[in-house]
Design a protein around this ligand. Structure first.
Ligand code: KIV
Ligand code: NA
Length: 277
């Protein structure tokens, strides 16, 4: 790949082709995503599930996000980087939210932050951050941070009440200054309607083909976890199986002394060795 120039915010917001976003959580993840030429990288708080082994995103802290966000940025210095604000770091008032976002931007070099929901409290946070020069990506539909209150990890917007709430939430986020909104796990027709109505790009995951862009969790598309099949994702590789097979091959070669070979090692002069005997 030739050195690419990082996409600017106005450029992303008016791009004619579907935007490509993928998650990354560390230096190699960032490096690979940037090498692949994606438009945006998300350091998602899905970190909690796919990297830290929690069963939800709720335990993920701001320090976790900063630690991983910094590593991703070192691997992807030239890609538009969005970092999730984790649960609890933007819920205790506008000044706390501002402090969280400033830390993320200053310490990771992120271009933008993302947060879930469209409550009046979140909308106020989006307004203040946007007004103070911190680009915010919104996130409606299925919101993993508060999935317990949503009745579990399930598709949203199927009945008219939920559909209206999702549409109005997305519109309110754009109105508050969000530069883009993630639509997660909603019917494709609802996502199409929202995409038509919204003045800013929608990024879908489990939201059909009509969104302005798509996002996937890298571990899902790379097939890191064997046997796991997510309806909203597509496995473009089987890296989990390949990695296990590689370690099995290594184990077998160690046990049969096929590895290491001479070529993996170092030599010394005979006379030096003779003195040791
Ligand atoms: O945390 C995450 O990975 C996300 C995407 C799935 C949108 O929020
Ligand atoms: Na997230």
């Amino acid at each position: 790949h030739p050195e690419r120039t990082k996409r600017t915010l106005p450029d992303l917001m008016t791009a004619g082709t579907p935007l490509v976003m993928v998650t990354a959580y560390d230096y190699p993840g960032g490096k690979i995503a940037e090498g692949a030429g994606v438009d945006l990288i998300l350091v998602g708080d899905s970190l909690g599930n796919v990297v830290l082994g929690y069963d939800s995103t709720a335990p993920v802290t701001l320090s976790d996000m900063i630690h991983h966000g910094k590593a991703v940025r070192r691997g992807a210095p030239n890609t538009f980087l969005v970092v999730d604000l984790p649960f609890g770091t933007y819920h205790t008032g506008v000044s706390d939210a501002m402090r969280s976002a400033v830390r993320v931007v200053q310490e990771t070099g992120a271009d933008a932050v993302k947060m879930e929901g469209s409550t009046p409290e979140v909308l106020e946070v989006v307004r203040v951050l946007a007004r103070n020069g911190i680009p915010v990506m919104g996130h409606v539909g299925l919101m993993p941070q508060t999935a317990v209150a949503q009745g579990g990890l399930r598709v949203q917007g199927k009945d008219d009440d939920s559909a209206r709430r999702t549409l109005e939430g997305a519109l309110a986020l754009a109105d508050a200054g969000a530069f883009s909104v993630v639509l997660e796990a909603i019917p494709a027709r609802l996502a199409k309607l929202i995409t038509e109505r919204l003045p800013v790009p929608t990024i879908g995951i489990g939201a059909g083909v009509h969104c302005d862009g798509q996002v996937l969790v890298a571990h899902d598309l790379l097939g890191i976890y064997e046997g796991e099949d997510k309806k909203i994702a597509k496995r473009y590789a089987e890296l989990g199986r390949q990695a296990r097979e590689a370690i099995e091959a290594y184990a077998q070669e160690v046990r049969t002394r096929a590895f290491p070979t001479k070529g993996n090692g170092f030599v010394m002069k005979d006379d030096v060795l003779d003195k040791l005997y």
